[in-house]
Design a protein around this ligand. Structure first.
Ligand SMILES: *[C@@H]1O[C@H](CO)[C@@H](O)[C@H](O)[C@H]1NC(C)=O
Length: 432
C-alpha cells in the first residue's frame, strides 16, 4: 500500500459545529416538535425547521450510569456505531457548579485565550478571532460571538471524564477537548465529523437531532474534500421539501441535554444541534479504532473520579502558546503510516521525497506522483528537518518508532491543514 492510501485509511478529521443564531428564549421550544398538518397541499414540514417533516423514531438510547468501557465498545463504539445519552454523567465535575457564573470564569480563567466564531457562520468568509476569555465575557451578550476553542488546560481540572473512557484504547486515543460557550440561540448545520465525540453539557440546554450516516444521499450533501467529515446545504431552520423531498424519508432520533448530561455522537453520524439561552459545553474527542484492546482495563480503576486533567490529550492549549491548534489529526497515525510504508516497500531510509508525497496530497490536493515546486519542496525539507535531528538526510524506522509526540505534532502541522480553527494572532475586533 502506498503512503497516501495508508494515510487515508487512518486519517481523521474534525468538522466543528457551526452555528446559526435564532431568537429563542432560555426556556426553549418543545422538542421533539409537534408535527403540523399541511393545509396547502405541500408536504408536511415544508419550510419548517428540521424535525417537522417526520415523526422521530424515538429518543436516543439513555443510561442513568455510564457503561464500562467494554460494554460501551460492544454496544455503541464499534460498528455499527450507536449514539447514546448518559444522564448526569459529569455531576461530580466542579465545572457543573462553578461555570454557571461568568464571574467565576472571568476571575479564574479570564486571562486564557480562546478562539471565537460568528454565531452565524459564513462558510465563504469564515472569520475567527483569538482573545482572552475575559474580553469574550465582557461582550458576548451584545455581540454575535461564540467560543469554539480548545478547552484551555487549567479548565480541564474542573471537568470530569465519564468512566466509559477510562481504560483500553479509549483512554489512549483522546485527541482533544473543546469548549463551547455562547449566550444561546446557536444552531449548527446538519453535519458529521470523523472523530467520536462525547459532548457534555455544563450549563443551559441543547437539543440534538441524530441521523445515521447512510441517509446522506437524501440530505443534500455539500461537496467536501476532507475525508471523514461532511455537511449538508440544507437550511435547518427552513427545510425546503420541494428541493429536498427525500428529507421526509429520513428516520431520526432525538435527545435533549441538561447540565451534567452527555451524548455520544459517533464518528460520521449526522447531527444537528440547537442551544437555548446561555450554554456551556465541553466535548471530548477521540479517534475511532477497529479493535478494542482492553489490557489496561484489568488494572485501571474506572470508578475513581477522574478529571480531564488526569488523562493524556494529544492537542492542548497552555497559556502563552502561540497557536491554538484545533482539529488536527491523531499524530500516531503519521507514525504508523510512515512505519508501515517503510516495512511494506522495504525502505530503510525515510527521506524528504517520501514526505513530499504526503504533503502534495494533503496540502495541494494533488495526485500521487506529481512533482512539487521548489518552494513547496523547501517547506517539506524544513518539516523533514524536525524529524532528522542529527541531519543525516534520512531517518530510520527505529527513529520514527521512538519519535516524541511534540516532533510528530510539528510534522502534522507542516503536512496537514487543520480542520478546525487555528488561532495565532488577534484580528481586528470589528470583523465580528
Ligand atoms: C494493548 O495495550 C497494552 C497497553 O495497555 C499494550 O502493552 C499492548 O501492546 C497492546 N496490545 C496490542 C495488540 O496492541
Amino acid at each position: 500500500m502506498s503512503l497516501i492510501a495508508l494515510f487515508l485509511t487512518f486519517t481523521s478529521v474534525l468538522c466543528v459545529e457551526t452555528s446559526f443564531a435564532t431568537e429563542v428564549g432560555s426556556e426553549g421550544v418543545p422538542f421533539p416538535p409537534v408535527l403540523q398538518p399541511s393545509d396547502s397541499g405541500l408536504p408536511v414540514g415544508h419550510l419548517l425547521p428540521l424535525g417537522h417533516q417526520r415523526e422521530p423514531d424515538g429518543p436516543v438510547k439513555e443510561y442513568t450510569q455510564p457503561l464500562t468501557p467494554t460494554e460501551f465498545w460492544k454496544h455503541h463504539a464499534r460498528r455499527p456505531y450507536v449514539p447514546l445519552v448518559y444522564r448526569q454523567a459529569i455531576t461530580k465535575a466542579p465545572a457543573v457548579t462553578n461555570w454557571q457564573s461568568d464571574e467565576y470564569i472571568r476571575e479564574k480563567y479570564g486571562d486564557l485565550d480562546v478562539l471565537i466564531e460568528k454565531k452565524i457562520e459564513d462558510r465563504m468568509n469564515p472569520v475567527r478571532l483569538r482573545m482572552p476569555l475575559s474580553e469574550f465575557l465582557d461582550n458576548y451578550h451584545h455581540k454575535q460571538w461564540y467560543v469554539v476553542s480548545l478547552l484551555p488546560d487549567p479548565m480541564r481540572a474542573e471537568m470530569q471524564v465519564p468512566r466509559s473512557l477510562l481504560c483500553g484504547n479509549f483512554k489512549d486515543s483522546i485527541l482533544e477537548s473543546n469548549l463551547w460557550l455562547s449566550s444561546g440561540g446557536t444552531r449548527s448545520v446538519l453535519h458529521y465529523d470523523a472523530d467520536h465525540n462525547l459532548h457534555c453539557l455544563i450549563s443551559g440546554r441543547k437539543d440534538f437531532i441524530m441521523i445515521p450516516n447512510m441517509y446522506g444521499d437524501k440530505l443534500d450533501l455539500a461537496d467536501n474534500k476532507k475525508a471523514g467529515s461532511g455537511f449538508t446545504h440544507m437550511n435547518v431552520d427552513k427545510v425546503d421539501l420541494v428541493k429536498n423531498p427525500q428529507v421526509s424519508e429520513v428516520p431520526w432520533t432525538w435527545a435533549t441535554l441538561l447540565p451534567g448530561d452527555c451524548i455520544f455522537i459517533p464518528s460520521r453520524y449526522f447531527h444537528q444541534v440547537r442551544s437555548y439561552g446561555r450554554s456551556v459545553a465541553a466535548t471530548i474527542m477521540w479517534d475511532p479504532f477497529p479493535e478494542f484492546n482492553d489490557t489496561s482495563c484489568a488494572t485501571e480503576n474506572i470508578d475513581k473520579y477522574t478529571a480531564l486533567s488526569d488523562v493524556r490529550l494529544q492537542w492542548t492549549y497552555h497559556k502563552g502558546d502561540k497557536v491554538i491548534d484545533m482539529g488536527y489529526m491523531n499524530v500516531e497515525i503519521i507514525r504508523k503510516a510512515f512505519l508501515q510504508m517503510m516495512k511494506e516497500d522495504k525502505i530503510e531510509k525515510f527521506t524528504p521525497e517520501l514526505l513530499s508525497h504526503l504533503y502534495a496530497h494533503n496540502m495541494l490536493n494533488e495526485e500521487e506522483g506529481e512533482e512539487l515546486g521548489e518552494e513547496d519542496m523547501e517547506h517539506v525539507r524544513e518539516v523533514f528537518s524536525y524529524m532528522d535531528k542529527d541531519k543525516k538526510g534520512y531517518v530510520t524506522a527505529e527513529e520514527i518508532g521512538g519519535m516524541d509526540i511534540e516532533t510528530l505534532k510539528r510534522v502534522a502541522r507542516g503536512v496537514e491543514e487543520a480542520h478546525g480553527p487555528v488561532g495565532e494572532d488577534t484580528g481586528p475586533r470589528d470583523e465580528l
